[in-house]
Design a binder for this molecule. Structure first.
Ligand code: AGP
Length: 604
């Protein structure tokens, strides 16, 4: 995720902006930049590489002023170089951005008379606001009008040449906080960036935008109504700051997913070409099989990937839990690719499986969230998911980022093995690009899911059912519920229940059914009716078309945003994460550090 910081005040800002970028370092970056208004004139300095490169530049050519914005970039699409580094300029406007502008190609086409210098989606925002200013709109009206033309998940900071006392900012899907000072105002991607500047923070809500001046701030909702937002007083150290105004790290990480899925995707999908490229060192045309080994949640991501690789790329996939794999003396050959999936990159069983296959001469890859981890170092190819630090023991954003990376690798494999047509690749990359926005829409179901969780919290057991690529999501839903609420739950292939476990269904047994309106929907619904007729309490998680067809078959319904079936497992994950989270909160368990668990199991 990129990092944003801004200051508007009376004293020079450059040093404090650079300090703020350093506090955003954990978010990763490969280039950075700063823009200030110096005597009302817009100036900037940008550098490829770490922040110290930018500092060196500023030492040679100082830049300063009483207001400015700065940015660390995690290369999305567009190589990490100075041209693609933020802030991006167009005419009078400078902007820093974190997230995805989903419709940036259309907007670029609409402004084809303008000269674009970078390969980024961000630059289109600077051009859009500059264009609207040129039509005579005031700065605030130009900014507000520009936001209405954008689609995606983003957070912005924007300044305008000649407008010496106003910073404009907005959030939709990527977090943004305002810091309140006496004679200065601040904006930042998170509290970590602002902790040194102010202890009084306001976390903008979905769709909010704001105008900051040295002594004031005005916040507007997505309908341009002026709104008041709570002020959070930061107490305690950076750890508290990291949680921001979220009650638990797990909830914060659930809400980060529009941003983290977008960032993961940028690493593997080129939104310009609507193409997925196999990472350096991975040749999908030279293998007959993929062996994916993982544990827990990571293994469920691997199970979803089996459906994708086999259906889209025509590659046979074996998935196994790491603790079993090497002890069963598996038959492996050098025409197989071994892939470890691991958030921490340190899980002992998974690492042992990687070493086993490396010894057998297989090509090895590790899909990890920590690129300095042992698995990343020992695998032939390290594949980042870029989800940022995951503090909650129950994995959430890492799971959807694992799915996102695996989905992109599937498209690359399908393209390279010529099992996926160019039209298919375009359709499926387009579907992936909508995922951050659909996750953002799914998060708006939070209050409804919290209500349902209240009743679920009174149960002693639950079933999760799915078919096809929703079966691993059923497994994951059951695991989430078990590991943080301590309610026993089982995930099952919906068609399998009648072969025994249906004996457990009695009056009021909660059964969570995952059924997007796809080719397996009708079959899943008939399984739903089998358990409903035996008294089960049905929570149906579906989409608009599924809800319309289900009528009143379910006791509760969670209607997710409709999505292409390819990305449905990613979108449906949001519901099962929130369901488990709120159930645990109702029960008062330790959500971030559940009993008996550890974030990374580095022992066998
Ligand atoms: C997920 O919620 C659990 N905390 C656990 O299953 C975890 O996914 C598993 O231990 C694997 O960890 P890893 O991804 O770091 O290898």
């Amino acid at each position: 995720m990129c990092g944003i910081i801004g200051i508007v005040g009376e004293t020079q800002v450059s040093d404090r902006l650079i300090d703020g970028l350093k506090r955003l370092e954990y978010r990763g970056y490969d280039s950075s930049g700063i823009a200030v208004l110096d005597g009302g004139k817009l100036k900037r300095s940008r550098a490829e590489g770490k922040i110290k490169s930018l500092e060196a530049k500023l030492n040679d050519t100082p830049l300063d002023g009483p207001m400015g914005i700065a940015h660390t970039r995690w290369a999305t699409h567009g190589v990490p170089n100075e041209t693609n580094a933020h802030p991006h300029f167009s005419g009078r406007v400078g902007v820093v951005h974190n997230g995805i502008i989903e419709n940036f190609t259309e907007l670029r086409e609409e402004m084809s008379d303008r000269t674009f210098e970078s390969e980024t989606d961000t630059e289109v925002v600077a051009h859009l606001v500059d264009h609207l200013l040129s039509t005579g709109l005031s700065p605030i009206d130009a900014f507000s009008a520009a936001l209405k033309k954008l689609r995606g998940a983003y957070a912005f900071g924007l300044i305008i040449d000649g407008v010496e006392d106003q910073i404009f900012c907005a959030r939709a899907g990527s977090p943004l906080a305002i810091g309140i000072g006496e004679t200065e105002m601040y904006l930042g991607s998170d509290a970590m960036a602002l902790a040194q500047l102010s202890q009084k923070l306001i976390y903008l809500e979905e769709g909010d935008w704001a105008v900051l001046t040295p002594t004031s701030f005005r916040i507007f909702d997505s309908n341009d109504n002026a709104v008041e937002r709570d002020i959070t007083i930061l107490q305690g150290g950076p750890a508290v700051a990291e949680k921001g105004n979220y009650r638990h790290f797990m909830l914060k990480e659930i809400y980060e997913q529009p941003e983290t899925v977008g960032r993961t995707m940028h690493n593997y999908i080129d939104e310009f070409r609507l193409a997925a490229d196999a990472p350096e060192g991975l040749d999908f045309t030279d293998i007959d099989r993929i062996i994916i080994i993982a544990c827990g949640t990571a293994c469920y991501a691997a199970m979803v990937a089996k459906y994708w690789f086999e259906q889209v790329a025509g590659i046979a996939v074996d998935v196994d839990v790491a603790s079993e794999f090497r002890y069963r003396n598996p038959v492996v050959d050098k025409r197989s690719l071994f892939m470890a999936v691991s958030q921490s990159g340190e899980t002992a069983d998974t690492l042992a499986a990687l070493r086993y296959c490396k010894e057998k001469g297989l090509r090895t890859a590790a899909l990890v969230n920590v690129m300095t981890s042992t698995m990343a170092r020992e695998a032939d190819v390290a594949l980042p998911i870029n989800a940022g630090p995951e503090i909650g023991v129950a994995s959430t954003k890492a799971f959807t980022s694992q799915l996102t990376a695996l989905a992109a690798l599937t498209l690359a494999a399908g393209r390279d093995r010529e099992t996926l047509s160019r039209d298919g690749e375009i359709r499926m990359t387009r579907a992936m690009i909508t995922a951050p926005r659909l996750i953002k829409e799914a998060l708006e179901l939070d209050p409804k899911i919290e209500q349902i969780a209240f009743d679920l919290s009174k149960s002693s057991s639950a079933f999760y059912l799915g078919r096809g690529s929703q079966v691993p999501i059923a497994f994951e839903g059951a695991l989430k519920l078990k590991e943080i609420s301590y309610i026993h739950a089982e995930g099952y292939a919906a068609g399998e229940l009648k072969h025994g476990p249906i004996a457990l269904i009695e009056d009021g047994t909660p059964v969570i059914v995952l059924a997007p309106y796809d080719t397996l929907y009708e079959k899943t619904i008939s399984n739903l009716q089998e358990v409903a007729s035996r008294g089960a309490y049905i929570i149906l998680i579906t989409d608009e078309a599924g809800a319309a067809s289900a009528h009143d078959m379910a006791d509760e319904m969670i209607v997710m945003p409709s999505s292409d079936g390819f990305v449905a497992p990613i979108i449906m994950s949001i519901a099962i994460q929130l369901l488990a989270y709120h159930t645990a909160v109702h029960l008062g368990t330790d959500v971030d550090q559940p009993r008996n668990l550890a974030k990374s199991v580095t022992v066998e």
